[in-house]
Design a binder for this molecule. Structure first.
Ligand SMILES: [Zn+2]
Length: 317
């Protein structure tokens, strides 16, 4: 392995573990409107303050053998899982960025924007999984951040910089971000309206169990794809939605194996559409799958888009 790539990946893996530790706080406190900085972390079972040496990402959990030092109650494997996932994804961003040939300042900007985007998606995925909500602070706040990054870094939407050379690169790139946000959000909103009309019968049935369900796709998911589009652009956000749908269908199959139930309406796209799939009492939100789809496009945007172009463009010839 190229030593530069290795250095970037390892350094960002370690920073990512620490970022994951902070994301655990975001995931648990943000939906309840609690401060992210105060009070310091305590054991959820015995409320004793967690010392810094027991709060090292992943390592402390392993050293403590997943038990609280004061009350010996088990510590959820969720904490080290979020830390490890964040570490690995940050490391992957580092490995990817090490291959970019950009000026150092631009490289730092692109890397920072990508790390922030990836981290917001991790937080959204876990919060939506836990509570079936996507906080506006993350989706709308993230969209604003990503549009700001688009304006500051023309590298994020290079095709728009090429398409409209008459305007400064920053303006063209911001335009690309806005088109991506409107395209992503607008697409899934249309999809949601169509799905709501198409699956009205199932939605009415699902409402008996959960009165909050009123549309095929939650409005939180619309805001999530607005965020994804602002960073990835309109083409990638649409492809990321396709991946999200496939992952959602696979998730439905896994859920079937787990719970041993399989309502037929959960198969395929109809199943991936979130009128939330009820199975043995478990609810599968769509957000985590959309986040996974967006992650694919973060790391494999160019080859995946090239592949799509090679399939779609000949159709118009
Ligand atoms: Zn404890």
């Amino acid at each position: 392995m190229d030593p530069v790539v290795c250095l970037y990946a390892c350094a960002l893996f370690l920073f990512g573990l620490c970022a994951g530790s902070f994301l655990n706080v975001v995931i648990y406190r943000l939906p309840h409107g609690a401060s992210l900085l105060h009070p310091p972390s305590t054991c959820p079972k015995c409320s004793s303050l967690i010392k810094w040496y027991d709060n090292l990402p992943v390592f402390s959990w392993l050293l403590l053998r997943a038990k609280c030092r004061s009350c010996s109650e088990p510590i959820s494997s969720r904490y080290p899982s979020v830390e490890l996932a964040t570490g690995l994804l940050w490391g992957a961003v580092g490995a990817m960025a090490a291959k970019f040939t950009l000026e150092p300042l631009v490289l730092a900007g692109v890397m920072t924007a990508t790390l922030v985007f990836v981290s917001i998606l991790i937080a959204i995925a876990f919060i939506d999984y836990d509570l079936q909500i996507i906080p506006d602070e993350l989706s709308i706040g993230g969209t604003v951040l990503m549009l700001g990054a688009s304006a500051a870094l023309p590298y994020l939407h290079p095709s728009w910089v090429e398409t409209i050379p008459e305007v400064p690169g920053q303006v063209a790139s911001l335009f690309g971000g806005v088109i991506g946000a409107v395209g992503g959000g607008g697409f899934i909103l249309t999809f949601s309206i169509m799905g709501t009309l198409l699956f009205r019968h199932q939605i009415t049935k699902a409402q008996v169990e959960d009165p909050d369900i009123s549309t095929a796709i939650g409005f939180g998911d619309v805001k999530l794809l607005t965020l994804v589009g602002a960073f990835l652009g309109w083409q990638s956000v649409l492809v990321s939605f396709l991946f999200g749908t496939v992952f959602g269908a696979l998730g439905g199959i896994v859920d079937k194996v787990r719970t041993g139930s399989w309502p037929p309406e959960r198969i395929g796209i109809a199943g991936a559409i979130r009128y939330r799939w009820h199975s043995g009492g478990s609810v599968i939100p769509f957000g985590p799958f959309l986040c996974a789809g967006a992650m694919v496009m973060v790391f494999a945007r160019t080859p995946v888009l090239d592949w799509f172009h090679s399939i779609i463009l000949p159709l118009f010839r």
